[in-house]
Design a protein. Structure first.
Lengths: 165, 162
């Protein structure tokens, strides 16, 4: 076992997750699915609007739903941390988890790029206005990277390492 | 009947084919469909409940093609999962609860479209949106718990002890 894993396993959280897995695990999985739905339903639909769907809605109004997507994301960071602390080796040595983290990093960097390079233009768009190409490229990457996160997350269970510590 | 379905070529392929496009791909499709369908409905419900009031209610009708595509993706992948494991699903009462909740939620989605989005400002809207949100939460919860609550995996196998 690597030093980081020894540390993770010695935490109060790790012990709590392992002792209460029977109810905690299904509860956190359900919350994780609710969180991802909130994220897709707000950020995903905002991306679709910038890409040209439902143009009658001005992006600036749709953007008011984004805090609920951020809330869903924080819920998933929390429940995801609970999963990881319960069985760290099942994630750290899992190819699907590595890809999931990569997609999460792309999504995060891309979100920063959106707010520095595209949001100023997007917020001025009215009902029916098409978004500039640059904003469409960035939101396209956003949508694809979140779908990548979801896909890798759903596949995690099939790529678990064949050992438990 | 369950044994017949489980022995069929399609059922066996979904369960056993050594490709990510069989069981794994169908699960991914089901999760993607859920994200867009439950998430899109939740966003509409939140707007009716008072979030993002700048969005004109009638304009939300524009999302219905996306919601219906997501519904078809979820339903088709769900039927394939049912064909793969009919005994596992249909002998579990929670599965029936999930199906009833889905029927109610999709019917409610149409009611909200007609009563709230087209007839802006209906006082019933808030209650309908709240029920819709609760139904989608129940559907997600029931769906996730199916993995923990089944008592028989196949028609020919003995009950699973819990």
């Amino acid at each position: 076992m690597e030093p980081w894993e020894v540390w993770v396993r010695a935490t109060t959280l790790a012990a709590f997750v392992r002792d209460n897995g029977v109810w905690l695990w299904p509860l956190c999985e359900t919350l994780h699915f609710i969180g991802l739905s909130l994220l897709i339903g707000t950020v995903g639909f905002f991306d679709l609007r910038v890409l040209g769907a439902a143009r009658q809605i001005a992006p600036v109004h749709l953007h008011r739903l984004i805090p609920w997507g951020i809330g869903g994301y924080l819920l998933n960071l929390t429940t995801g941390t609970i999963f990881f602390f319960g069985y760290p080796e099942q994630y750290a040595y899992n190819r699907a988890f590595h890809f999931k983290l990569a997609f999460m990093s792309i999504a995060a960097l891309n979100a920063a790029l959106f707010y520095t390079a595209a949001f100023r233009e997007v917020r001025t768009l009215g009902a029916g206005d098409p978004a500039p190409l640059r904003a469409q490229v960035i939101t396209g990457i956003s949508l694809l990277s979140w779908l990548g996160v979801l896909t890798c997350g759903r596949l995690l269970t099939f790529y678990r390492p064949p050992f438990f510590h | 009947m369950f044994a017949y379905v489980e022995a069929s070529a399609l059922s066996t392929w979904i369960r056993e084919a050594d490709t990510v496009f069989a069981f794994q791909g169908i699960l991914v499709a089901h999760a993607l469909g859920m994200g867009f369908l439950a998430g899109g409905n939740a966003a509409i419900d939140l707007r009716i409940l008072g979030v993002a009031r700048g969005i004109p209610l009638p304009s939300l009708e524009r999302w219905f093609p996306v919601l219906w595509i997501s519904f078809v993706l979820s339903a088709v992948s769900g039927v394939l999962l049912l064909i793969a494991y009919p005994t596992k699903a249909l002998t579990n009462p929670l599965f029936h609860v999930k199906i009833v909740c889905i029927a109610l939620a999709v019917w409610l989605m149409q009611v909200i479209r007609k009563v709230v989005l087209r007839g802006s400002g209906s006082p019933k809207g808030v209650r309908l949106a709240a029920v819709s949100l609760l139904l989608w939460i129940a559907i997600i919860g029931a769906g996730r718990l199916l993995a923990y609550t089944y008592t028989r995996l196949f028609a020919e196998s003995p009950p699973v002890g819990f």
